[in-house]
Each structure stands twice: as C-alpha cells, then as structure tokens.
Design a protein around this ligand. Structure first.
Ligand SMILES: [Zn+2]
Length: 434
C-alpha cells in the first residue's frame, strides 16, 4: 500500500494544470514534467515500446505472455489537472485509519472536510485517505488512474504466472479542457478496445454519456440617451435575459439528475450595445438532444422576427457546435467489453455501479474514433476542488480490476461473447422502434 501512496504523491506534487486559452498541445509545457517522468518509469518497470510524441501523448506496451490469440486491450488516463482550481504546490495529507469524523484540511483557514456535508466519506471509515491541505486540488483526477495503471502493469510484470494478452497503455494531456482525445493516435495505439481509468468512487463503470453541444449567442442592441430612449433604445442585456427566460423551467444542472438533460448558462457578459451569452446543451438521448438544439434556434427566430422592424437586421446571432456524443452507440455493439469489466469487479467483491455519466470522457471521443472505451472508477471524490480526496484502498482495488480484466481477456472465448453482443444490439434496436 505504501508503494501506491508514494507513487501517487510523486505524481500529484508535479503541477500539470491545463489551460483552455492555449492553442498548443499540451496546452501547458509543464505537463511534460510529468509525461517525461512517466516515460522513465514505464521503462524502469519493464514496459516495452515506450514512446512520447511532441504533443505529450505517452504510450507503452506490455507484451502478451500466452501463445494463443488474445485481443489487444488498452488502459488510458490523463495527467493534466483542471484549470478550475489551482494544482500548484499540492501538499497531500495521508490520513491513516480514518475515524469517520471531520478532517481538518487547513487549520489556519478553518477548511474542514466533513462527513456531515460529504456523506460519501463514511463508507471509508477505517481506510487510508489522501486529502489536500485545503489550498489546492489533489489531482486524483486523474493521477489516481495513472497510479493504478502503472501499478497494475508493474504487478503483471512481476507475476508472469498471470496470463494476459498484449496490453497498451496511454497517458494523455489536456483531458480537462476537452482536448485529450484530439491528437490521440488510435491507429498507433492499436488496441481492440480500451478503458479509461477516470471515474470517481469504487465500483463505477460507465458506458453512457451525454450528447453535448456548445451555444454562443450574440445579442445586438442600440444605445440611445436614456432620456430620449422611448421606442428607440434596444438594451441587448435585457433581450438576453428574456432569451434565458424562454428556456424550459426546471432543466438546469442543479435541477436534474440521471438521464435528465439540461440547458446550462455558462457565461453572460454585456453592455447595451452587445451581449454575449454562452450555453451548453446536454442530453443522453439523441432525439431529445436534437430537440433541445432546435428549441434554441426557434427562440432565436422568434426574437429576430419580433425586432425585425425596429432593428432592421437580425438582433440575435446564434451558433451551435456539437462537442461530443453518447458513446453508448459505439459500445453496445461490443457490450462484452463492459460485461468483462463487470465480471472482473464482481470476482473481486466490488459492487459494480453502472450509471450514465453526466458529462463526457476522453473515452466517448475515442469510441467515435474507433476505440470503444468505457470508463472505470479511479477511486477519488470531490474532483476539481480543495475537498478532493482518494481512499488508497479504492486505488488498490482499481489496480486489481485492471489485472483481472487483463487475465479475463486472455482466458475468455470471445466468439460467444461477440455473438451475444450482436443479439443484445438487435434487441435494443427492436425496443427502440417500439
Ligand atoms: Zn478526469
């Protein structure tokens, strides 16, 4: 266990914050600090074909140790941390034998990680937790994933009696700014399927995510001296406000869960002359997703019609861009890859928590690039902030899941599995038609 703790801490103490305003990949040079270290470490534990490209993508191979043909599987995680909260000077605290009470993260600033607010903590009573010092994020998202993959590969190398096929590993930059899959060379990776180790609590297994679009709307106005403005002024800020009020009530992130989609206002800046509104649209269901986009266009049209005479041209300019799609479509035809992960968890006494992701992962983009890629827990909680923590036991379990998946892949007859998946796909299509 100390080995996992040491490895994890050696990663999180390297600042790898990504930057959405950068146009390069990786978005920040400092991501190479960890990427290069990972290359050295992969070589040191005995991985082969260890490569890093100019964009920071690290890949490595664990060669098959069986004679028969086995599908090549991959494990993927990202080494950048979110720009939402600082990842500089991370000073992790290790809490041994957690007693179920408040954890003081920072005494001076009175920052406390408390189970009365974060109820999930209670399920880890008696375990070893790694927390922040209250001033930074931790970076378990997703350095826990990297720790687990690295440790699992090391374990397999040290235990040649465990059968496995060829395994590919990839550590990516810039996942947190939505670009982790952009320059991922799926062909070079050469896996039949893969798993991102980027979920949260122990047991999580995910193969459904949102369909996602980003909306940018510009409202034009007319500024006139307020004393003489009657019938002349168009205040673009008020129009934007009206626009937001036209969106369906009760469909925001804070009012939805499970499979419920939403509209989310992410930015609003304006003056009388011009206001810019940014929204994101999310829905697991493709039909509903399309309807949501149509609604935004419809409201745009309505406003433009209303102000046509007064303004002379379109007052609302709306631009919608699809960001990613639900990976379910690409995973269901090879459903056995999810079954395999589920079986691995169950055989280790872990209860699989299969639920839709209310977001996207690199895996969903990769799935559409030809690499079906469900997501498995990495163990951490409260990502992207100072309350982030990870139980070491969950990381240990994730290591075991990786090892088990490798073993099951080498010992499963996939001809039957594939047939079953096709059957399931047909069934799904039938129920869809109904
Ligand atoms: Zn992540």
């Amino acid at each position: 266990m100390q080995h996992i703790i040491d490895r994890f801490i050696s990663y999180v103490t390297i600042d790898t914050e990504s930057d959405p305003n950068s146009t390069t990949t990786p978005s920040t040079k400092k991501q190479f600090d960890l990427a290069n270290k990972l290359v050295d470490e992969l070589k040191a534990i005995g991985m082969t074909q260890v490569t890093i490209d100019k964009h920071g993508y690290v890949m490595a191979t664990l060669a098959s140790n069986v004679k028969h043909k086995v599908p090549t599987i991959g494990f993927v995680s990202h080494f950048d941390t979110t720009p939402d909260f600082t990842g500089k000077d991370v000073k992790p605290q290790v809490i041994l034998n957690y007693d179920g009470g408040d954890i003081i993260l920072n005494k001076e600033q009175n920052i406390v990680l408390s189970p009365s607010y974060f109820k999930d903590l209670l399920q880890y009573k008696g375990q070893t937790l790694i927390t922040t010092n209250g001033l930074t994020l931790l970076g378990a998202d997703d350095k826990a994933g990297i720790t687990e993959i690295m440790t699992a590969m090391e374990y397999l190398i040290q235990h040649p009696e465990i059968q496995h096929g060829k395994i590919r590993v990839c550590f990516t930059p810039d996942e947190e700014i939505g670009r982790g899959a952009d320059l991922f060379d799926v062909k070079k990776f050469g896996a039949d399927w893969a798993y991102t180790m980027d979920g949260s609590q122990i047991g999580e297994l995910e193969y459904e995510n949102f369909n996602a679009a980003g909306v940018k709307i510009t409202f034009k106005g007319k500024s006139v001296h307020p004393g003489y403005a009657k019938g002349k002024m168009i205040n673009s800020m008020l129009i934007a406000n009206d626009f937001i009020n036209e969106l369906p009530k009760g469909e925001t992130p804070q009012e939805t869960k499970g499979y419920e989609g939403f509209f989310h206002v992410t930015g609003l800046t304006g003056s009388i002359e011009e206001t810019k509104l940014e929204l994101i649209i999310r829905d697991h269901d493709m039909k509903k997703f399309i309807k949501r986009k149509e609604l935004v266009h419809k409201i745009t049209k309505k406003f433009n019609k209303e102000f046509k005479k007064q303004f002379g041209e379109d007052i609302v300019i709306c631009e919608i861009k699809d960001q990613y799609y639900n990976m379910k479509e690409k995973v269901v035809p090879v459903m056995f890859i999810v079954d395999l992960a589920e079986k691995a968890m169950k055989s280790l006494g872990i209860k699989p928590l299969i639920k839709p992701i209310r977001g996207g992962t690199d895996g969903c983009r990769l799935s559409y690039m030809g690499l079906p890629c469900p997501n498995i827990f990495a163990g951490g909680h409260n990502f992207h902030g100072k309350y982030e923590y990870v139980p070491v036991e969950s990381m240990q379990k994730a290591v075991e899941v990786i090892v088990k998946i490798a073993e099951l892949t080498a010992t499963t007859d996939f001809t039957k599995q594939e047939a079953r998946s096709k059957k399931q796909e047909k069934k799904e299509k039938k129920t869809k038609k109904k």
